[in-house]
Design a protein around this ligand. Structure first.
Ligand code: IPE
Ligand code: IPE
Ligand code: MG
Length: 250
């Protein structure tokens, strides 16, 4: 049966985040250099965005480059940064056509100037698009994000701009890179690894986790739909009892 037909329209995850992993292994399996895998990741990004948008997912967040990824060989880092620039240039018309609003999180000032400039342009030119918000996590590390938030909150306290008693989850949320994004509902990681790798630690507090062996360059619409179907079969209890959840459903 068509996967799309199995998806329940009233239970679409509002925010999906993906750890796009396995590019290097995908290339190696083909006897190619790791960068060949990164180059072939774009189709998966495009398909996931289109598929998510088609079924009504409002937020898709993709882990593209971590703070730890700076420790990779310079050749690979440079190639990834160049790929980021060329891909954004190439995809801009597609983002407009499909009403994709582009957003970015991470330590963006550490990206090469060229990447910062094109990112700014794409974010600015797509800012009125409404169908889906596509966030790229670039030079992103969740611990760094939390450290930053603590610094900024502390500054406000020291300068008497914020009463320490007022610090709550909402205030912390508002100081994260993701201040304008809702909590993650479904977190997907490809390539068989079952870890979080410093991604959205705060924001996935109650996300459903889905791991697949598929390597990212092979990830297609059907794989995303499978993850969503799996998600829809979970019972999200948020600490309550199953009975409370079922009663609320009626
Ligand atoms: C994910 O694929 C992309 C980035 C982290 C930039 P990898 O490059 O981590 O591929 P593997 O995990 O080595 O196969
Ligand atoms: C996580 O993948 C980062 C991205 C997908 C961008 P890694 O491949 O860098 O993670 P580890 O090192 O295997 O945990
Ligand atoms: Mg990896």
């Amino acid at each position: 049966m068509d996967k799309k037909l199995q998806i329940l329209q009233h239970k679409i995850p509002n925010h999906i985040a993906i750890i796009m992993d396995g590019n290097g292994r995908w290339a190696k399996k083909k006897g190619m250099q790791r960068i060949f895998g990164h180059r072939n990741a774009l189709t998966a990004v495009r398909q996931s965005t289109t598929a998510a948008s088609k079924i009504g997912v409002k937020f898709l967040t993709l882990y593209a480059f971590s703070t730890e990824n700076w420790n990779r060989p310079k050749l690979e880092v440079d190639a990834l940064m160049n790929l980021l620039v060329t891909s954004l240039v190439k995809e801009l018309p597609e983002f407009q056509r499909k009403s994709v609003k582009v957003n970015a999180i991470g330590n963006l000032s550490s990206l090469p100037t060229k990447a910062q400039n094109i990112l700014e342009k794409v974010i600015n030119e797509t800012k009125n698009n409404k169908k889906i918000t596509l966030t790229f996590a670039l030079s992103y590390g969740s611990r760094e994000e939390i450290v930053n938030a603590i610094k900024n909150i502390s500054k406000k306290v020291v300068n008497n701009k914020l009463d320490i008693k007022k610090i709550d989850e909402k205030i912390i949320n508002n100081h994260l890179y993701t201040f304008n994004l809702p909590d993650v509902d479904l977190l997907i990681r490809t390539s068989g690894e079952q870890r979080i790798s410093n991604f959205l630690l705060w924001q996935i507090a109650y996300a459903e986790l889905y791991f697949t062996d598929v390597l990212w360059p092979d990830f297609r619409e059907e794989n995303l739909f499978n993850a969503i179907i799996d998600y829809q079969n979970r019972e999200r209890r948020f600490g309550k009892t199953s009975e409370q959840i079922t009663d609320n459903d009626e």
